[in-house]
Design a protein around this ligand. Structure first.
Ligand code: FAD
Ligand code: DHB
Length: 394
């Protein structure tokens, strides 16, 4: 088998890259260990930046998102029992976010790919990357029938997430990794209930962080800070509601609507970056190259920004033979990655309780929260990062 770009992983990064390349007339094949039903049902992120929304639209895969997604022009920071609105659109010249679940984006991209007759090899095993520092790299794998296959490519895109095989294929002496693990995680739940609020609420409370998001008029997405080693089963429904009510309580009488909890999962929190994001003919994109804690809602959006840079660089190469943009891929992508790493770390630090926290630390967080909600300059800083800075050119 032969293709121009071999893509490992059918997450948002791999599927969107395949789609953007097809629009440029570039052939690719996508290898994915899981099955279609599984990737289309995995519950993850939900907030799309303005630039992500615009890119999906421009690429012709935004139609259902426009119909079913929910645009939000502000978010709420809640502390001291009161809500403080950050008017995102007003502070950023009209930019906003869209609430549209990651697995819906996946469904739209899989659909577009299959309609266009593009290859997605689901259920593959034992993917290995060979000859990355030659002009003819190869991907070897067992297909869903257990047959050994070899895919010859011009380039390989490692879009296989944090636990994939692409990043470890770069010799360890040629990569540098930066990590921070946080001493907490999030319990994420899906609930059958009407929305309790028009806009997302990020709540800081001495019992821990809580986040109120939504999926539809009937389904709400809620998160609360927990121990990163907690099993979801340790969180009985009554305990979940007790914590959420306590963390969101206030003199204004705000009350979350309860409902049937039908999904629970625990998310560990880490910051991680590998440098560089390329080696020979391998380019890493998305979670394969970096992880952010979810507080800034940046993970999915960064994956989209990476593949936008990579697709343009590959398009330039195939159109003119000029590999300069490809050579600069890592440098270009990392500028946005580090900005998002900082923003995600900052939001996480401001909004969570740390087990070794001193009364001094708590006062620092409150001072920061007050400043961010009272100063237009500080609120603008949060808003422009949250809706996503404009894409920069290489
Ligand atoms: P992924 O979505 O991880 O896709 C990688 C794909 O590669 C997967 O389908 C995987 O099956 C496949 N794969 C792995 N190994 C191989 C292999 N060896 N061969 C072939 N295929 C392989 N971000 C937010 O902003 N907000 C959130 O609330 C949020 N919640 C999250 C919850 C969880 C449980 C997780 C894990 C992440 C969450 N994120 C969140 C982060 C966000 O979902 C990711 O940043 C986003 O999925 C990155 O997309 P990706 O395509 O780079 O990687
Ligand atoms: C959602 C997740 C996030 O991490 C976030 O910061 C905002 C919203 C969500 O799943 O809706």
């Amino acid at each position: 088998m032969r293709t121009q770009v071999g893509i490992i992983g059918a997450g948002p990064a791999g599927l969107l890259l395949a789609h953007l390349l097809r629009l440029e007339g570039i052939d690719s094949a996508v290898l994915e260990t899981r099955g279609r039903a599984e990737i289309e049902a995995t519950i993850r992120a939900g907030a799309l930046e303005q630039g992500t929304v615009d890119l999906l639209d421009a690429a012709g895969v935004g139609e259902r998102m426009r119909r079913e997604g929910m645009p939000h022009e502000g978010i709420v920071l809640r502390f001291g029992g009161r809500s403080h609105r950050i008017p995102l659109a007003e502070l950023t010249g009209g930019r906003s976010i869209m609430i549209y679940a990651q697995h819906e984006v996946i469904r739209d991209l899989v659909n577009a790919r299959l309609l266009a007759g593009g290859a997605i090899h689901f259920g593959v095993r034992d993917v290995s990357l060979l000859d990355l520092d030659t002009r003819q790299p190869k991907l070897r794998f067992h297909d869903a029938d257990g047959e050994l296959q070899e895919l010859a490519c011009d380039y390989v895109a490692g879009c296989d997430g944090f636990h994939g095989v692409s990043r470890p294929s770069i010799p360890s002496r040629l990569r540098r990794e930066f990590t921070r693990v946080y001493p907490f995680g999030w319990l994420g739940i899906l609930v059958e209930a009407p929305p309790a609020t028009d806009e997302l609420i990020y709540a800081y409370h001495e019992r821990g962080f809580a986040l109120v998001s939504t999926r539809s008029p009937q389904i709400q997405r809620l998160y609360l800070q927990c121990n990163p080693n907690d099993e979801p089963g340790a969180w009985a429904d009554a305990r979940v509601w007790e914590e959420l009510h306590a963390r969101l309580a206030g003199a204004d009488g705000f009350r979350l609507a309860e409902g049937r909890i039908f999904q629970k999962g625990v998310i560990a929190m880490r910051s991680f970056v590998v440098e560089p994001m390329q080696h020979g003919r391998l380019f890493l994109a998305g979670d394969a190259a970096h992880i952010v804690p979810p507080t800034g809602a940046k993970g999915l959006n960064l994956a989209v920004a990476d593949v936008r840079v990579l697709a343009r660089a590959l398009a330039e190469f195939y159109a003119s033979g000029n590999a300069q943009l490809l050579e600069r891929y890592s440098e270009t992508a990392l500028r946005r990655v580090w900005r998002a790493e900082h923003f995600s770390w900052w939001m996480t630090s401001m909004l969570h309780t740390f087990h070794d926290e001193s009364p001094f630390h708590h006062r620092m967080q409150l001072a920061q929260l007050r400043y961010v909600t009272e100063s237009r300059a500080a609120a603008t800083m949060l808003a422009e990062n949250y809706v996503g800075l404009p894409f920069e050119e290489a």
